[in-house]
Design a protein. Structure first.
Ligand code: ADP
Ligand code: MG
Length: 273
């Protein structure tokens, strides 16, 4: 399945969630492909791969080569990657020109999905409401939204959830589910506790029980080119991502048992619409 990790805000923990969730799933013996759709290439370097011109989904989208030719290994066993690079920014323009301007990423990933090599494909989205992110949402089975435990985060959340609803309503991706909302960078303050309580009150079970704490270790990790989960698995942030991966896998299992009949998790108060 394709899981888009998305939030139009930057700095909310998308990339950190992608690389650590990928590594945690790999530790559970799942085979994972990370697709870095952010031209800033943070997931690429965070997984120990140096961004290289011409090696990204750009090449596949422009039919320069087969998509499988762009899949590389990473610092983590069982985690593979389609890297990003600066050229990916140009893809926005190319995608906009296509007749099916929302379907480019889905089309290009189809052979990878069909090959069934990967249990999970995690797409790291850029921090904007642009065409790359819309393409990721059009291609995805579900979206995981990381959000910071801070005051204005709720507003940002409603924006992305509305976009998901629009993808469903317009038929761009009728089956798109909200996989879950992951609260990140939690520090023990009254404000953070209030935000967590408010988000839970509003979105109920859509919010993962696990809350990722704030830690300087998480901030250092990108410079080592290996996710915290892989090099410091006993740290609180790594532990949180292991538990998040377990929650994610449990939801997948429940969904499979319900034969896909479980609908997208709706907010308690209907706030998405
Ligand atoms: P995004 O991809 O949404 O822009 P990142 O995952 O890159 O967000 O995180 C933004 C910054 O915050 C990065 O410098 C990252 O290392 C740092 N960071 C992420 N998660 C944590 C955390 N739990 N504790 C402390 N710093 C974090
Ligand atoms: Mg990022």
């Amino acid at each position: 399945m394709i899981l888009a990790i998305a939030n139009q805000k930057g700095g909310v923990g998308k990339t950190t969630t992608v690389v650590n969730l990928a590594a945690a799933l790999a530790a559970r013996r799942k085979t994972v492909l990370v697709v870095d759709l952010d031209p800033q290439a943070n997931a690429t370097s965070g997984l120990g791969v140096e961004p290289k011109e011409g090696v990204s989904l750009y090449g596949a989208l422009m039919r320069i080569a087969d998509v499988n030719d762009f899949i590389v290994g990473t610092a983590v066993d069982r985690v593979n990657l389609i890297p990003s690079e600066v050229n990916l920014a140009g893809v926005e323009i190319e995608l906009a020109r296509m007749d099916d301007h929302l379907g480019g990423v889905r089309k290009v990933l189809k052979p990878v999905v069909d090959s069934k090599v990967f249990d999970y494909i995690l797409v790291d989205c850029p921090p904007s409401l642009g065409i790359l992110m819309s393409n990721a949402l059009a291609a995805a089975d579900a979206v995981l939204v990381p959000m910071q435990c801070e005051y204005y985060a709720m507003e940002g959340l409603s924006v992305i959830l509305k976009l998901v609803e629009r993808m469903r309503a317009t038929g761009a991706n009728p089956g798109l589910r909200v996989e879950g909302i992951a609260m990140t960078m939690y520090s023990r303050t009254r404000l953070a506790d209030e935000v967590v309580a408010q988000v839970r009150d509003h979105y109920g079970d859509a919010v993962y029980k696990t809350v990722v704490p704030r830690s300087v270790r998480a901030g250092e990790a990108p410079s080592y080119g290996i996710p915290l989960v892989a090099y410091a698995p006993s740290t609180p942030v790594a532990q949180a991502y292991f538990i998040l991966a377990n929650e994610f896998l449990a939801r997948q299992k429940a969904l499979a048992a319900a034969d896909g009949k479980v609908d997208s998790i709706a907010p308690k108060s209907g706030a998405i619409a």
